[in-house]
Design a binder for this molecule. Structure first.
Ligand code: 13P
Length: 284
């Protein structure tokens, strides 16, 4: 199928109380693992690219791979630019064929975040490209933010309502206590904020920091309005462990395609389990 944006897939997911998996890919092999897992499970899916990955490969090369993979897929696939602070790179990705973008101006003062996010919506909407915007700060575990500090980064529900009314994003990422990377302890999720924001804004919510959350946390967040779940670190681990694990077990063999296949299988297994857990299977 041709690539599509996130609009229809997220509004269906929000109405059906399931979530679409949004998986950060690194290369052709990881993107193929996402598309194949989703195709076999008949699930809509979002391929995400970090700004770093776009810069590494080049937007046109990367889009070439992703467009071809989606064209052969029986399920809807969106290509989304994850956390981007650079409006020029957002413009470049829209030009190259991304069907969705995230503007992350969350580190800026509220009014600046509002106006920059609004500007990106104005750039994207006429091109039929969906926009995700963030409020509060979704920290990285590597930032070593303690729970007390983390609370001060959470999205404020009243501001969230004002932000969504003024920006009108297609998807909203309020900071609710999850973090990118590997959790060091049990994350403390601000369910009350998620519930209030989802109900008051009626915008599909993105759950960031998916790697390492328990099944129960996923289920609860999805029930409260998270229609998109982001998974990145898990794929990075499978990418390296799948590769290294195969080589360690067959260290006399130098057959790159076998190593790449083992890496592919490891990534696909985790992605398929996520799609099933988020309730997306059979929804395409
Ligand atoms: P993880 O790396 O914790 O899975 O988070 C992914 C994410 O939220 C990307 O925006």
């Amino acid at each position: 199928m041709p690539l599509e944006n996130m609009k229809a897939m997220l509004s269906k997911a929000a109405a059906g109380r399931y979530a679409v998996g949004a998986f950060n890919v690194l290369d052709y092999n990881s993107a193929k693992a996402v598309v194949e897992a989703a195709g076999e499970l008949r699930a809509p899916v979002i391929i995400q690219t970090s700004a770093k990955t776009v810069t590494f490969w080049g937007s046109r090369t990367l889009m070439g791979w992703l467009r071809e993979l989606a064209a052969d897929s029986p399920v809807p696939v969106a290509v989304h630019l994850d956390h981007c602070k650079d409006v020029d790179l957002i413009g470049e990705c829209i030009e190259a064929g991304w069907t969705s973008v995230m503007i992350d101006a969350s580190a800026r003062p509220f009014e600046e975040n509002l106006s920059l996010s609004r500007r990106v919506v104005e750039m994207a909407r006429p091109r039929n490209v969906t926009v995700e915007a963030e409020l509060g700060a979704i920290v990285g575990v590597e930032d070593d933010i303690h729970v007390k500090e983390q609370e001060s980064h959470l999205a404020d529900p009243a501001q969230a309502v004002e932000f969504c009314a003024k920006v009108q994003p297609d998807c909203f990422a309020p900071a609710i206590g999850t973090a990118h990377g590997i959790y060091k302890g049990e994350p403390k999720i601000a369910y009350h904020i998620l519930e209030k924001v989802a109900a008051a804004t009626q915008v599909p919510i993105a759950l960031h920091g998916g790697t390492g959350l328990s099944d129960e946390v996923f289920r609860k967040c999805i029930a409260l309005g998270c229609a998109k779940v982001n998974i990145s670190t898990q794929i990075k681990y499978a990418f390296i462990d799948g590769f290294v694990g195969y080589h360690n077990a067959h260290n006399a063999q130098y057959d790159p395609l076998k190593v790449i296949k083992a890496q592919f299988d490891e990534m696909k297994k985790g992605i398929a389990a996520n799609i099933q857990l988020f309730g997306g299977a059979g929804k395409a």
